[in-house]
Design a protein around this ligand. Structure first.
Ligand SMILES: [Ca+2]
Length: 395
């Protein structure tokens, strides 16, 4: 039976959706909404299906209808036979009484006409009842057609929804594998020969290193097709806690950077690369970031390198984000204007957290991954990496 097949399919899909709890809590909100809608539709269809007459119900109604028809046929046959007999009798009696006056013949004829009229009314009543049965059957068939049509539409919608969910689950798995999983991996125990991280406050902090350098910021890692590049135009809370993937673009977080500088990681190395593949660097022997109460104020000194000193300009300034203006520009929010989070002054000579571009070309000057002393304000770099380490002990 077609409706039974659809019903089984719906039950199967419902069960499958419930089995998707393994991604519950991390799935897109759209899937939760979809699942709720599907459950509602399934419940409604279940009620409708339970109200539909079964095959046995329909068979019983058909049997009753057939019985009525048979009864109707018999009554019509009897009526016809009765009419013929009455007609024949009436002829005989007329013949027998021909030639003599009889006052009772018209009365008897009226009586028989009355009997015939009663029989006709009975047949008409039976016929009307049969018609009602027929009407009920047609109504039921119409209801069945409507319900089956709704089941077909629902199945089609479910199929589309399942495809959408599968696509989202695949995307989510990719996202987990490439982003979230970084925070569940075994934490890095050391960078290079530095084992002090093992027994420090960083033992539960996932870090990534370049030899002995702990990387605190990275831009320009290849982005897989279909995936959005990590956005750096973020709130104060995001910049405090960090964001992105340690295997891709990320900001480690001001809290952790502060803690690391407190722990002695006070040398800063900035590696830069332009779109022609040329590399430059800037190193600072002093790099310290204050705590949250001082809004992560920057202290930097002791530049050496090839890229030019762009960070000294920001020395002594607090960190700013689009929603937390602590820059040196009274009437301008540099973070909003430059679309990133940084130790803005009025506003930036280095701006490594601004908008990333897929070429060196900027839509607007000063808004890009900029290092002014090397490329000026109209060039956005291909890659940038900030990393810190402890000052090497000479003795
Ligand atoms: Ca300002």
């Amino acid at each position: 039976m077609e409706s039974a097949s659809y019903f089984i399919l719906l039950i199967f899909l419902g069960g499958w959706l419930k089995s998707c709890n393994l991604v519950e809590g991390a799935v897109p909100s759209g899937e939760e909404l979809f699942r709720s809608n599907v459950n509602n539709i399934l419940e409604r269809l279940t009620v409708q299906l339970s109200n539909m007459p079964t095959k046995d119900d329909l068979a019983a109604m058909e049997a009753r209808f057939t019985q009525h028809l048979e009864s109707l046929k018999i009554q019509i046959k009897n009526l016809v036979r009765s009419g013929k007999e009455e007609g024949s009798n009436h002829k005989d009696e007329t013949k027998n009484h021909r030639g003599r006056r009889s006052m009772d013949v018209p009365d008897e004829a009226d009586y028989r006409s009355h009997i015939l009229a009663c029989e006709v009314r009975k047949v008409a009543s039976s016929f009307n009842e049969s018609c009602k049965f027929m009407e009920q059957l047609l109504t039921l068939q119409r209801d069945q057609i409507t319900t089956l049509e709704e089941i077909r539409n629902t199945s089609s919608n479910l199929s589309e929804g399942v495809v959408t969910i599968l696509t989202e689950v695949e995307s989510l798995k990719y996202h987990i594998n490439n982003t979230l999983s970084d925070f569940y991996k075994e934490p890095v125990k050391s960078c290079g020969n530095d084992s002090s991280l093992t027994n420090s406050i960083f033992r539960n902090q996932q870090l990534t290193c370049d030899k002995e350098w702990i990387i605190i910021q990275r831009r320009g890692t290849p982005t897989p097709p279909g995936m959005d590049r990590t956005n750096f135009e973020r709130s104060w809370i995001d910049y405090e806690n960090g964001f992105g993937s340690l295997e891709g673009d990320f900001w480690l977080g001001l809290k952790t950077i502060h803690d690391l500088t407190e722990e002695g990681y006070t040398q800063l190395l900035v590696d830069l690369k332009d779109w022609a593949g040329e590399k430059k660097y800037a190193m600072y022997n002093v790099f310290q970031v204050a705590g949250t109460q001082d809004k992560y104020r920057l202290k930097v000194a002791g530049y050496t390198g090839t890229a030019g000193d762009a960070v000294d300009y920001h020395n002594g300034y607090q960190f700013s984000t689009t929603d937390n203006d602590n820059d040196g520009y009274g009437h301008i929010n540099c973070a909003q204007q430059h679309r990133g989070g940084w130790w803005y002054k009025t506003c930036a000579f280095a701006d490594l957290n601004s908008i990333y571009h897929n070429s060196s070309t900027l839509e607007k000057g000063w808004i890009g991954v900029m290092w002014f002393p090397w490329k000026g304000e109209d060039y956005s770099l291909k890659t940038a990496e900030m990393k810190i380490r402890k000052t090497p002990q000479l003795i």
